[in-house]
Design a protein around this ligand. Sequence first.
Ligand code: HEC
Length: 133
Amino acid sequence: MKITKKIKLQIGMLLLGLGLLTACDSSQPPKVATTGGGPVPAEFQTGETTFNANCSACHGKQAAGTDHGPPLVHKIYEPNHHGDPAFQRAAADGVKAHHWEFGNMPKIAAVTPADVDQIVKYVRWLQRQAGIQ
Ligand code: HEC
């Protein structure tokens, strides 16, 4: 009797473990930007233009990443992990490589804080489209 109970418990733990594993896994795959093919809403178009002129060379079209820089439409840049001030700091001071192996990001002198505000709005919109919030 005792043994059966023990086995049942172990199977229970195993199933729980598997359940947790699957739960974690489903949040793992890096999300890629999809705007669903639709046009960028008017309110984000200034941000898009500024982003394309100053950031997309490294961060890619629709912030999907290139071989010079990471995607910003990615779980690690969701608002709770990299809030809006992280974007202002990145543009004003540059970024020392710490999450990726693309090297450092230089400061982007051509953009003003107001430009970065517009860029953040655009990137947050892309993130929401990809289910990252
Ligand atoms: C020359 C390439 C390059 C350009 C241009 C560039 N970035 Fe980056 N950026 C990078 C790289 C590389 C990283 C990743 C550093 C790391 O964490 O390893 C990065 C990281 C970031 C981060 C994350 C900062 C953090 O705290 O981890 C933000 C936000 C960001 N970039 C925003 C921008 C914005 C906005 C622009 C345009 C105004 C821009 N980048 C232009 C290369 C670039």
